[in-house]
Design a binder for this molecule. Structure first.
Ligand code: NAP
Length: 249
């Protein structure tokens, strides 16, 4: 197997899929993680193979530590880990905080924050020169919501992305001398299926007037920034958050 392994959590659809395809084309063996939709994950793997790349689909819920440990153990069998794209994330139905149950909050924070922290921990254990690794790149998925707050829509989602920003800055500095770069992309409104979870029909189109460029972004446009952050072309960039938001934040 090749010696460049990239794990993309939630790599089966949307932004994660686009990043997985670009990493596959760049020569990484890609581990396409997913939670439920095996057909979509197989589709991403097939698309990478059709480009001449290598990929495997591995199911695992990032809200469960045991699933994360199994995911990284499976990746270890393919070669040394060089890239983690901490992408898996959810939004919930449009809601005010005073309508949110504890169960809703726990589910979202478990996936969007706890999962990202545990995946980053496992990546550092493998990439850090302190632990015998040879370095690597971690890219976190933030959101314009961490700047805007998502009032009346999902303040808990915005807060989870605020935590991703702090993970990026803090961990970036913590492991900067160990060969690991930690950065984030901060997407605005990107045309993927995540917006269906809000329960607002046509949300992406509705948002166009609030975006300086007057259009939504594509998953490919975010994936280009992710690929750059994984590449040597960003070799002096760490602890940084790159907005990909058409000027919105
Ligand atoms: P998406 O189209 O809904 O895709 C989500 C992906 O995450 C799917 O592959 C899904 O797999 C996986 N996933 C969901 N829950 C998971 C779990 N518990 N464990 C493992 N995988 C899980 O979402 P997207 O729009 O591409 O968003 C990707 C990331 O970008 C998220 O972190 C999101 O918050 C962030 N983001 C998106 C936008 C936007 O406008 N789209 C803007 C800012 C930030 P299954 O299908 O198997 O569930």
């Amino acid at each position: 197997m090749t010696d460049k392994i990239a794990i993309v959590t939630g790599g089966s659809r949307g932004i994660g899929r686009a990043a997985a395809l670009k990493l596959g084309a760049a020569g990484y063996t890609v581990v396409v993680n997913y939670a439920a939709n095996a057909a979509a994950a197989d589709g991403a793997v097939d698309a990478i193979a059709a480009q001449g790349g290598k990929a495997v689909a591995i199911r695992g819920d990032v809200a469960k530590e045991a699933d994360i440990l199994a995911l990284f153990a499976a990746a270890d069998k393919l070669g040394p880990l060089k890239v983690l794209v901490n992408n898996a994330g959810i939004m919930d139905r449009q809601s005010r905080l005073d309508e949110m149950s504890a169960g809703r909050l726990t589910r979202l924070f478990d996936i969007n924050i706890l999962g990202a922290f545990l995946c980053a921990r496992e990546a550092v254990k493998r990439m850090s020169r302190k632990h015998g690794g040879s370095g690597g790149s971690i890219v976190n998925l933030g959101s314009a919501a961490s700047v805007l707050g998502a009032p009346g829509l999902g303040v808990e989602y915005a807060a989870s992305k605020g935590a991703m920003d702090v993970l990026t800055i803090g961990l970036g500095r913590e492991v900067a001398a160990e060969g690991i770069r930690v950065n984030a992309v901060r997407p605005g409104i990107i045309d993927t299926e995540i917006h269906d979870s809000s329960g607002i029909p046509g949300r992406v189109k509705m948002m166009r007037e609030h975006i300086p460029m007057k259009r939504e972004g594509t998953a490919d446009e975010v994936a280009d920034a992710i690929l750059w952050l994984c590449s040597d072309q960003s070799s002096y960039v760490t602890g940084s958050i790159i907005p990909v938001a058409g000027g919105r934040c």
